[in-house]
Design a protein. Structure first.
Length: 147
């Protein structure tokens, strides 16, 4: 798009709802699959009204026929979970979604991914619009909701 429309000022990525300045897109040095994650995937954060629960999900992976991610949780820094979501989405894209239903993914300890903590993955329908299939990541002691 940047090459086709050199005078445009912004790009709207409809698949994920991101609006980005054209200069940010043109000047970015990220290459390969991480470039798609940066521009084509949006990680969203929601507080669940009337509770301490939070929900973080991704939107945009389905453009490449891959599942989005979903985390329904409490008592963890949501910034850590956002970072985990971007890393997990990148892993899914780079490895053509190797995560099977019931398998596990590295969890978070002190803000970093840790192999010592394993979170179970389950394929479900998204809790929040748009309707789509997601990999729901059950965050162990931090998980909310019923599965």
């Amino acid at each position: 798009l940047a090459e086709l429309y050199p005078t445009c000022e912004a790009f709207y990525f409809q698949n994920c709802g991101k609006l980005l300045l054209a200069e940010d897109v043109r000047s970015h040095q990220i290459e390969g699959s991480d470039r798609f994650i940066r521009f084509g995937v949006n990680v969203r954060f929601f507080n669940i009204e009337g509770t301490e629960d939070m929900l973080i999900d991704t939107v945009g992976m389905n453009t490449l026929f891959l599942p989005d991610l979903q985390y329904h949780f409490h008592s963890m820094d949501p910034n850590w979970v956002v970072n985990h979501a971007y890393n997990a989405a990148s892993y899914i894209l780079e490895h053509d979604n190797p995560i099977g239903d019931g398998e596990t993914i590295d969890g978070i300890e002190n803000g970093r991914m840790s192999r010592e903590i394993q979170w179970k993955c389950q394929y479900e329908d998204a809790l929040i619009q748009p309707p789509r299939g997601v990999v729901d990541i059950h965050m162990g002691d931090y998980a909310s909701g019923k599965r």
